[in-house]
Design a protein around this ligand. Sequence first.
Ligand code: FAD
Length: 389
Amino acid sequence: MRPAESRPDFNTLDEVLGEVRAHADRLDETAGFPLEALESLRKGGWLGLLAPIRYGGLGGRVQDVLTVAQRLAREDLSVGLIFVMHSQQLAALAHCASGPAARDLLAHVVGNRQYVASVTTAPTTGSNLLTADSDLTVDNDRLVIDRVAPIVTGVEHADGFLIATRAPQALSETEVCMVYADRQDLDVAVTGDWQPLGMRACRSPGARLRGSVPRTHVLAERQAHRRLITQLFAPMAHLSWSACWLGAAAGAFERTVRYLRSRDGRSRHDVTGELLLSRLGRVRGRLEMVNAHLHHAADVFERYPDQLGSAPAQSMFNALKVTAAEQCSAAVDELVDIVGLKAGYFRGSPVQLERSVRDLRAASLTYSNDRLLVATGRLALLDREVRLA
Ligand SMILES: Cc1cc2nc3c(=O)[nH]c(=O)nc-3n(C[C@H](O)[C@H](O)[C@H](O)COP(=O)(O)OP(=O)(O)OC[C@H]3O[C@@H](n4cnc5c(N)ncnc54)[C@H](O)[C@@H]3O)c2cc1C
């Protein structure tokens, strides 16, 4: 048990949630970035949730990030995703903060309450985190960055960027590293617009990032990078994305139940009819399934850090991501059938399912389910004893 004073104060999260709620419709309409929510997260110290207290963070655990993510995503899935992606970058910085220079970097990012964007997707290597197509050129004591990034959440407002790129002096696309860059060290040229079906407040246009950083800003390279990805970055992504999708689906379920219990809902629907009840039961079952898998995966993540690179653990985290994406999306789709066209499919309905349907449609695409299923299939052939994590 950690001392009580080192625990994040979840009460202050209500103020953030109020900001998220107040702006969600407008930002969905305009595909604008949730600046008010970001400022509120910054003010409450939530951007440093995962950082140790000695660096100015809240000293939280991954379980805390999952809790906050679910609550944010109940209001607006885009804000949940922005928060967890930032927290994932911070976790990587903290994980690699073993030497003095890396510790200074962490203190700088946390102390200044910086919002850190993620630059992993690349034009030719896509979302594969173990390959990269852009170089990091050595220039005396600095490293020169010239990175084309097809999709970067919050690129217009980020204070810093964690960039996946080829390692210094790499000879192949598999020699990869993560490098941190402050915005002030980069020329950030935004390319294109952001007009997706859902996740509109994520505002993730492409950009070209050019500039240079000190050599000490390389977090982990080559084999250390592979360990960082398999043991921290990927499992944390699957955990935190799944928490967001579960939060969004649970929020949609909550609004649906509230509507069905209202005078309006009872006058339009036979709430004792077996078709409606069995559909509600099935949706609840989908949420329970994801919740159980999420808890188990979070437990494995915290209790067995040395085993996260193993085939059973990787298979389990991949399965979590795919299951959460499929089940949360299916759950909300089924809610539309339960309440019908007017309450379920129209914009402006108090049940607000149409935004949830659009937002959750992105879940299977956010690091493609197909990619993960192929990877899990390969792992399955390696694990002859079928050991379940
Ligand atoms: C809301 C949102 C926010 C995002 N924010 C960021 C961000 O901040 N930073 C960032 O770097 N990225 C971000 N991404 C990108 C994301 O991480 C993925 O890289 C991206 O969604 C994958 O895009 P894709 O489907 O075009 O590419 P791919 O993953 O390359 O997939 C393209 C197609 O090929 C198929 N495919 C690809 N590889 C395989 C394979 N091995 N086996 C079988 N089929 C395969 C896929 O099923 C898919 O149909 C974001 C994505 C979303 C939706």
